[in-house]
Write a protein that binds this ligand. Structure first.
Ligand code: SAM
Length: 197
């Protein structure tokens, strides 16, 4: 360390925090909760809990929000419910209450691939959907339509591996992990996907 650096005034934690960019919300949207079997609901809960664990590595965990969070979800959730943000109502209402007008919806059916220019939004939305049966095909775009009906601007974006969604894990927590690797660690999409395969 040179002398100049050594005697540079140190920022207080408050000052440091005010200099950091505001972090977005990562929302797991449980709009399709009732389409799941009990066993699948258990899996959704587990993946939410794992998502909290991942987010804590980078942020506080509070940035994880679960919308359409029913009493049943709260009863079944084994993780630290008081450390995440739960919202019983529609996602669009949660967004409005937080002053967020535009979101990125992670959607395997999207035309466009998620890119760096998408990292400026106030919230990323992942469908709280687990597929074990074949009854939930194309349910993610429905989340987007619901948000647009409520006046939210939605950028639908997919995650791909070498240009294709084949080979991309579709678990909620892995999708979140891929976004975090890209956003916080600056990894390429292919690298990030490989780490979560
Ligand atoms: N059955 C749902 C459908 O057909 O739309 C897919 C559900 S997937 C198990 C759970 C969530 O992970 C999706 O709602 C989406 O947010 C996210 N996801 C999965 N694969 C993705 C991909 N390749 N790109 C972007 N998001 C993806």
């Amino acid at each position: 360390l040179c002398m100049k650096e050594k005697f540079e005034p140190v920022l207080t934690p408050e000052e440091l925090r005010s200099k950091l960019p505001e972090w977005p919300y990562f929302i797991i949207d449980l709009y399709h909760w009732d389409k799941h079997t009990q066993k699948e609901k258990g899996k959704v809960c587990l993946q939410v809990s794992q998502s909290y664990g991942l987010l804590r590595d980078y942020f506080t965990g509070r940035e994880l929000a679960v919308t359409w969070a029913s009493d049943e979800f709260e009863r079944m959730f084994n993780g630290p419910i008081e450390r995440i943000t739960t919202y019983a109502g529609p996602t669009a209402e949660f967004l409005r209450e937080n002053g967020i007008e535009e979101v990125v919806l992670l959607d395997p059916w999207a035309e466009e691939v998620l890119g760096e220019k998408d990292f400026d939004v106030g919230a990323f939305i992942i469908g709280g959907i687990v597929d074990t049966g074949g009854n939930k095909k194309k349910t993610t775009p429905k989340i987007g339509e619901e948000l647009e009906r409520a006046g939210i601007r939605v950028r639908r974006r997919k995650i791909v591996l070498k240009g294709d969604i084949v080979g991309v894990p579709d678990r909620i927590n892995r999708i979140l992990g891929i976004i975090l690797k890209m956003m916080v660690e600056g990894k390429s999409m292919d690298e990030a996907v490989y780490e979560f395969q």
